[in-house]
Design a protein around this ligand. Structure first.
Ligand code: GTP
Ligand code: MG
Length: 318
């Protein structure tokens, strides 16, 4: 895919500065998001006629060279997709092979359910050679809660037969101090890639904590969702443009409407559900076991699997 950042929305026919800023505020600040829209939707959103909307969309598609791909091309693109091992066969199977590039994988669950542990494991495993379930690549880790643990990385690296210090050096960690900073850091990841860093995994642990803390009032909810939407779209673009796996963690809250079963659901509302390609629910099982459940995927069944967290990292049995 071409990098669309050089062309501005105002380069499109019928889109002036006012309309452009309206679109930007709604999270549609780039050509790609316009190119994939339907004319009636753009018309409503930007308050322009449907025929103007159609012209703008077509122009965006042309600029991005978006054409129908034939099946062979599509397959080739899919073949480029890498699957990063979790070190648990069961978990890999649940994910259809591993944590996929060109996708967003979201894990949600209660505290201690293993979301951050999976992040640490993946940050090590992506460095493995491709034949061993890695991508022979580096990691960008956006830490919003201060839960990145270098000692844990060393431990897991040793468990995987990798050199601990070298493994740590391949992980770019940035602490995000607030939601604006978090958003900005995604651009910084792009800069790293443009500077030649072979990054194949981007971790955000956790996605919502700053947004949740900063936008508290009911009146701020729409604004919050809009910003999250924009943030997610830039993550999707990053994943697609550079064949990167994006792994995000998310918290849960009690769902008062749910009377039976597990009364928790992911926070962040529908936009997060739509943006994530794979959603996994993690919970503690018996003893040290963890249960992962695929709750949303375009091509995989809604199954469950059991795995364990040990000193060496994730595994199938202890
Ligand atoms: P929050 O961030 O608090 O929402 O939780 P989380 O889902 O990110 O939890 P995390 O992935 O940090 O899991 C923490 C749990 O992993 C601990 O309670 C331990 O059960 C387990 N764990 C972490 N390190 C080790 C280790 O070295 N050995 C073993 N056996 N378990 C570990
Ligand atoms: Mg955590």
């Amino acid at each position: 895919m071409t990098e669309e950042n050089e062309v501005k929305l105002t380069d499109l026919p019928g889109i002036g500065p006012t309309t452009a800023s309206k679109l930007e505020d709604s999270g549609y600040g780039d050509l790609m998001s316009i190119a994939v829209m339907a004319p009636p939707d753009l018309s409503t959103l930007a308050d322009i006629t449907e025929s103007t909307a159609r012209k703008a969309i077509n122009a965006a598609r042309k600029l991005l060279k978006l054409e129908f791909e034939d099946a062979v091309q599509y397959l080739r693109k899919r073949e480029e997709v890498l699957k990063i091992t979790t070190s648990s066969k069961n978990f890999n199977e649940l994910l259809g092979g591993g944590i996929e590039t060109r996708s967003i994988t979201e894990a949600f669950g209660a505290f201690g359910s293993g979301k951050s542990q999976l992040a640490h494991q993946a940050a090590v495993n992506v460095q493995l050679p491709i034949e061993q379930g890695g991508a022979n690549a580096k990691v960008a880790w956006i830490d919003t809660e201060g839960t990145f643990r270098p000692e844990r990385i060393k431990q897991i690296a040793e468990g995987s037969g990798l050199e601990p210090e070298k493994t740590l050096k391949n992980i770019f960690v940035a602490r995000a101090f607030n939601s604006d900073h978090q958003v900005l850091l995604v651009d910084k990841v792009k800069d790293l890639i443009k500077n030649g860093e072979p990054i194949k995994l981007v971790i955000i642990d956790s996605l919502m904590s700053h947004f949740r803390a900063e936008f508290t009032g009911r009146g701020q909810l729409a604004d919050r969702q809009q910003r999250i939407n924009k943030h997610l779209h830039s993550l999707i673009r990053l994943a697609e443009a550079y064949n990167i796996a994006v792994y995000i963690t998310n918290q849960v809250m009690a769902d008062p409407a749910m009377m039976f079963g597990d009364p928790t659901r992911a926070i962040g509302g529908h936009i997060l559900g739509h943006a994530s390609t794979y959603r996994i629910y993690l919970r503690r099982g018996k003893k040290d076991a963890r249960v992962a459940k695929m709750v949303d995927s375009p091509n995989l069944p809604e199954t469950e699997c059991v795995f364990f967290i040990t000193e060496k990292g994730l595994c199938d049995e202890i």
